[in-house]
Ligand binder design. Structure first.
Ligand code: AMP
Length: 289
């Protein structure tokens, strides 16, 4: 596995692969890799001939007062995980090369970026789409893999790729969870053992809503009540949003159906966690529902 810092060198390797007729799979990440990232890499490995994984804690997607400085970093461990998961190239650009002096061009997806995390974190998706567009231009992958864990991010990137005629297949991958339901996230490392227990209210609430949906409940107002009640029982939990939206457009819905995504953002202590599920798909990480 090659570890590449230079944009120019990354472009050269990717261009050579393309010229040789190799399909490039790409997994962009912010590092502190876990089994969720590894599942994307394994699928990328399966779909392509050259697997490129990037690690870049992108400063432009963090707001003032957010956790950019504190965001966990461990390149030695990440290198081992990427290697084990089949990466050929680990691309770790420096911020000074991604955003050199004079940088002033932004990619902004409009409507889909506005609600949910876009409302709580102004400018966040502008940072995401700009860096992903840059990474796509550098790597020019055949396929790029993203987790459904960041559901809105995936919707925003699909929109960007369609709107800007980018020639990349965007592949969404299911959320990988711990045995007790907690969605894997680099930010879980912020949680104390007590907070870790409280954080289970997210997956518990999703599971309960899915179970209610399965018994025939379609009213978003009632499904929301159920979700809120479960989260509000956790003293350490502070709800940022509970949203029921169309899975593609992210427009609000009043009645849930098979296309409805239930998305949550909840602060546990000082850690903001997100999770979601397609409500009709059921929640199958264990036998609970
Ligand atoms: P991040 O490093 O948090 O920016 O995530 C990089 C990619 O991994 C994104 O496409 C995420 O959606 C995806 N990802 C993060 N957590 C998970 C998870 N638990 N299961 C599947 N994919 C994930």
């Amino acid at each position: 596995m090659d570890i590449i810092e230079s944009v120019r060198e990354m472009k050269r390797i990717a261009a050579a692969a393309r010229e040789a007729g190799r399909r490039i799979s790409f997994v962009p990440t912010m590092g502190f890799l876990h089994e969720g990232h590894a599942s994307l890499m394994r699928e990328g490995r399966r779909r392509g001939d050259l697997l490129v994984v990037s690690i870049f804690v992108n400063p432009t997607q963090f707001g003032a007062g957010e956790d950019f400085e504190a965001y966990p970093r461990d390149l030695a461990r990440d290198t081992a995980v990427a290697l084990e998961s089949g990466a050929d190239v680990l691309f770790v650009p420096k911020a000074s090369e991604m955003y050199p002096a004079g940088f002033q061009t932004w990619v902004n997806v409009e409507t889909v970026s506005l609600p949910m995390c876009g409302a709580s974190r102004p400018g966040h998706f502008r940072g995401v789409t700009t860096v992903v567009a840059k990474l796509f231009n550098i790597v020019r992958p055949t396929a790029a893999l993203f987790g459904e864990k960041d559901y809105q991010q995936l919707a925003v990137i699909r929109r960007m790729v369609a709107d800007l005629d980018m020639e990349v297949e965007v592949v969404g991958m299911p959320t990988v969870r711990e045995a007790d339901g907690l969605a894997l996230s680099s930010r879980n490392s912020y949680l104390s053992p007590d907070e870790r227990r409280s954080a289970l209210c997210l997956s518990r609430a999703l599971a309960a809503a899915c179970a209610r949906y399965r018994t025939g409940e379609r009213s978003v107002a009632r499904l929301r009540e159920e979700v809120m009640a479960i989260i509000l029982k956790e003293p350490k939990a502070d709800i940022d949003y509970v949203e029921f939206r169309d899975g593609d457009t992210l427009e609000e819905v009043e009645n849930a159906d098979g296309r409805t995504v239930l998305a949550l953002a909840v602060r546990i202590g000082r850690t903001r966690l997100i999770d979601n599920t397609m409500i009709g798909r059921g929640f199958t990480w264990n036998e609970r529902c």
